[in-house]
Design a protein around this ligand. Sequence first.
Ligand SMILES: C[S@@+](CC[C@H](N)C(=O)[O-])C[C@H]1O[C@@H](n2cnc3c(N)ncnc32)[C@H](O)[C@@H]1O
Length: 201
Amino acid sequence: MKHCGLSYGGAIELQSFNAVSVAHQLTVLKLATARNIVDATAGNGRDTLFLAQNSGAQAMITAFDIQKTALNKTRQLLTEHRLMEKVRLIADSHANVARHVTEAVDLAVFNLGYLPGGSHEISTNADSTLAAVQQLIALLGAGGLISLIAYPGYPAGHAEHSVLQQYFLQLQPKIFTVSCWQMINHTGKAPVFYLIEKVRS
Ligand SMILES: C[S@@+](CC[C@H](N)C(=O)[O-])C[C@H]1O[C@@H](n2cnc3c(N)ncnc32)[C@H](O)[C@@H]1O
């Protein structure tokens, strides 16, 4: 695990965990056998790269983004790592995921919010994220996972997180388990990681 080694108030920061690293650690085992993987928010491609690097030769990753810049960055990063043959890029909203993905999904990942370094105006939102999550819940195979990181620290992200949390709370416990992780000694607005597993078909 990488230590950031950043200076923070004169002290050396030794933070090993954040929502993204926890999401990666809890999904890496699933990746070994996953065949059908969805990255619902490609962004700069770092999550897509993680999925491609840690999955087997059998895996195909379908990565969505509504911004051309994001898809170009993802293509560039995956090409640099010679992993683009495992990735299918889709220039469409993840709200239309079921139009592009029809087979059982082993793992779907969401890293919500806006493109790091891009416009803050173009962000995920409650309606389209909920539509995508609902379609992916229906597409999940038995043992399938959805990993989702929400950012309640800005107004639209707060609203999006509330809608998703309400939806997750009512998922049938006999069929799904839903767990979450957040740093609770920060502001209460820290990113929240959710892991949904389909435990029965
Ligand atoms: C926080 S970034 C994702 C970070 C990315 N996973 C990475 O590793 O760099 C969120 C991305 O979601 C994209 N996005 C926003 N609304 C979307 C939608 N409806 N469908 C697909 N992507 C969307 C944004 O364009 C942005 O690139």
